[in-house]
Design a protein around this ligand. Structure first.
Ligand code: GLU
Length: 450
C-alpha cells in the first residue's frame, strides 16, 4: 500500500504533473490537501482507497465546440465545457460561467470546490461546473440567445434532473438560464428540473437570486457571534457589483452595517457616506439591466470616488467580502486588511483569496470563511429548487428564508466541529475542507473501487 502513503509534497507534485498549466485547479487542490493530509494521517481506509486522489480527478471533462452567428453574419467559434467532478452523494450540480477567461483549469477548480461546498449544504448534490470562453459584454440580446441555444444543443446530452443540474454563475443569470432551458425543452420535450435559477413562472424558486449574497452575510454574522459581536455599526468593504455583491451589500445594510465599496473589472468605487438600499438598487439596475460600468456610480452619487484598475482592500474596514472572482485578493491585500484592523472576511466568490492570502488570514487567526462555506447559500437554494421541482410545487418565501438560515448555520456548526483549534480560534478553512471531504469520502468508501 506504499502508494497510499505519499506525503503532501509528493501528492501535490503528482497533481501538478498530471495537470500541466492548470494553476487554478492545482491551487484549489492544494488548499484542500493541506488540511486533508493531516486529517487522514491516522485513517488508513482513506489512504488505501486513494480517496483524495480520486476526488481530485474529475469523473469526466466534456469539451465541445460552440458555433454561433453574430449580428453581422460572422460565424464565431467558442469552446464549451462541462466538468463532472464527483457524484458520490447526488447528481452533479454547479453553475455555468460565460467569461473570456474561462478555460479547463478554471472549470476544474470550480467543479472541485463545488464538490465540497455542495456536501457542506447537507443536501444530496454532487459537484460539477461548466461554461464557455464566451464574452457576454457588448453582445446583443439576440446574440446571447443564439449562443445559449448553441451551447445547450451540445450540453443537453450530458445533463438531466437526476444526472447533472447546471445553474448560473458569472455571465449567466435568469435570462441565459431561460434561453438554455427553452432549448433543452425544445430538444428533449421534457419539462423537468434540469437547470436551477429558473424564472418564478417556470419552476424557479423564491430567494434563489438573493441566496448567495444573503447566505454569505448570515455566515459572517454567525462568525462574529462567536466573539459576541454583530454587524451593527460595522464598516464593510465589498468587491464585485453583480448578483452576489449587491445582495451581500443589501443584507449588511439590513443588519445595521455600512457598505463603503463595490467594484468591477474596471476598478472600485469608495462611498464614505455608505451605499444604502437606494444606491444598491441603482447599482442593480445599472449593472444587471443596463450592463453599465461601476465607475458611472460617481456621477450619480457625487460623494463617492472611483479608483481605476484597483481592488478595494486598502480601504479600512471591520469586515470584508470578496464577491467578484478567483484570485482577486492576494497575500499583500490580506496583510493590508489585517494591518487595518479587519476582523472578519467572508468569501462570496469562489477562491477569491490566493494561497498566500489564505496563509496570512490563518496566521492572523482571523475570522475567515472560505467560499465553499460562506457562499454555499446559492447552491443550497438551488438544491431546494430541485426538491420543489420534483414535488411539482413551490414553497413560501418565509419557509425558504428559514431553510437558508438553517443551512448556513449548519455549515457554520460543521466548520466549528472540524476547525476548532482551541484558544477561541476556529480555522474555518480546515473545518470546511474536512467536513466536506468526510461526507463525500465516506460515500465513496461505501461504493468500493468504481
Ligand atoms: N454558481 C454558484 C456556485 O458557485 C451556484 C451553483 C448552483 O446553483 O448550482 O455555487
Amino acid at each position: 500500500m506504499s502508494n497510499g502513503h505519499v506525503d503532501l509534497h509528493q501528492f501535490m507534485e503528482g497533481v501538478k504533473r498530471r495537470n500541466p498549466h492548470q494553476d487554478e485547479f492545482v491551487q484549489a487542490v492544494q488548499e484542500v490537501a493541506e488540511d486533508i493530509f493531516a486529517f487522514i494521517a491516522d485513517k488508513a481506509a482513506y489512504h488505501e482507497q486513494q480517496i483524495l486522489r480520486r476526488i481530485a480527478e474529475p469523473d469526466r471533462v466534456v469539451s465541445f465546440r460552440v458555433c454561433w452567428e453574430d449580428d453581422a453574419g460572422n460565424i464565431r467559434v467558442q469552446r464549451g465545457w462541462r466538468v463532472q467532478n464527483n457524484n458520490a452523494i447526488g447528481p452533479y450540480k454547479g453553475g455555468i460561467r460565460f467569461h473570456p477567461a474561462v478555460n479547463e483549469s478554471v472549470l476544474k477548480f470550480l467543479a472541485f470546490e463545488q464538490t465540497f461546498k455542495n456536501a457542506l449544504t447537507g443536501l444530496p448534490m454532487g459537484g460539477g461546473k461548466g461554461g464557455a470562453n464566451f464574452n457576454p459584454k457588448g453582445k446583443s440580446e439576440r446574440e446571447i440567445m443564439r449562443f445559449c441555444q448553441s451551447f445547450m444543443t451540445e450540453l443537453y446530452r450530458h445533463i438531466g434532473a437526476d444526472v447533472d443540474v447546471p445553474a448560473g454563475d458569472i455571465g449567466v443569470g435568469a435570462r441565459e438560464i431561460g434561453y438554455m432551458f427553452g432549448q433543452y425543452k425544445r430538444i428533449t420535450g421534457n419539462f423537468t428540473g434540469v437547470l436551477t435559477g429558473k424564472g418564478l413562472e417556470w419552476g424557479g424558486s423564491l430567494i434563489r437570486t438573493e441566496a448567495t449574497g444573503y447566505g454569505a452575510v448570515y455566515f459572517l454574522a454567525e462568525m462574529l457571534a462567536t466573539k459576541g459581536e454583530s454587524l451593527a455599526g460595522k464598516t464593510a468593504v465589498i468587491s464585485g457589483s453583480g448578483n452576489v455583491a449587491t445582495h451581500a451589500a443589501e443584507k449588511i445594510v439590513q443588519l445595521g452595517g455600512k457598505v463603503v465599496t463595490l467594484s468591477d473589472s474596471g476598478g472600485f468605487i469608495h462611498d464614505p457616506d455608505g451605499i444604502g438600499q437606494e444606491k444598491i438598487d441603482w447599482v442593480k439596475t445599472h449593472k444587471t439591466h443596463r450592463r453599465g460600468r461601476i465607475e458611472d456610480y460617481v456621477a450619480a452619487f457625487p460623494g463617492a470616488t472611483f479608483h481605476a484598475g484597483r481592488t478595494p482592500w486598502g480601504v479600512p474596514c471591520d469586515v470584508a467580502l470578496p464577491c467578484a472572482t478567483q484570485n482577486e485578493l492576494l497575500g499583500e491585500d490580506a496583510k493590508t486588511l489585517v494591518a487595518n484592523g479587519c476582523r472578519a472576511v467572508a468569501e462570496g466568490a469562489n477562491m477569491p483569496t490566493d494561497l498566500d492570502g489564505v496563509h496570512v488570514f490563518k496566521a492572523a487567526r482571523l475570522l475567515y470563511a472560505p467560499g465553499k462555506a460562506s457562499n454555499a447559500g446559492g447552491v443550497a437554494v438551488s438544491g431546494l429548487e430541485m426538491s420543489q421541482n420534483s414535488e411539482r410545487r413551490s414553497w413560501k418565501e418565509e419557509e425558504l428564508q428559514q431553510m437558508l438560515k438553517d443551512i448556513m448555520s449548519g455549515i457554520h456548526q460543521a466548520c466549528i466541529r472540524y476547525g476548532d483549534q482551541g484558544g477561541g480560534y476556529i480555522d474555518y478553512v480546515k473545518g470546511a475542507n474536512i467536513a466536506g471531504f468526510k461526507k463525500v469520502a465516506d460515500a465513496m468508501l461505501a461504493f468500493g473501487v468504481v
